[in-house]
Design a protein around this ligand. Sequence first.
Ligand SMILES: [Zn+2]
Length: 139
Amino acid sequence: MVRFEVYITDKLYSEADVAFGDQLETAVFKLVGDEGIGMVMTAFLPTSYEPKKYLHWAYEYLEVGDEVRIKLAKTDSAETTQITDHTEPENEEAESTLFCSLCGKGNLEVLKIICGEKGNICDECIELCYSMIENEKNE
Ligand SMILES: [Zn+2]
């Protein structure tokens, strides 16, 4: 097993114990429709008996100037892969950053919000609009 510690600037973000044969990935990304720049850790477990099993830690937002550091902390004989989170629980109560211009729901309340130049629309409103148009066609 190998233990990795991931730091954002000087704060320990997460640590992962990775068994031999498993794989840890730390990625930095920008999602369409999301204001922030995120970072995520995912451990792939090809040695697990369940196919395609993976462990995943929800992402943390990065700010300009943040440094991401991955430290090889130690190696020993532990046998399971696990990721331990050290971020504050404020992540649990994430707030919507995008809102539907028609119904006002936020991106965390709906499946998808599509952004236009002058407004946004959510999947629920699209479905409603679509059925209204279909009804009109059938009359
Ligand atoms: Zn809507």
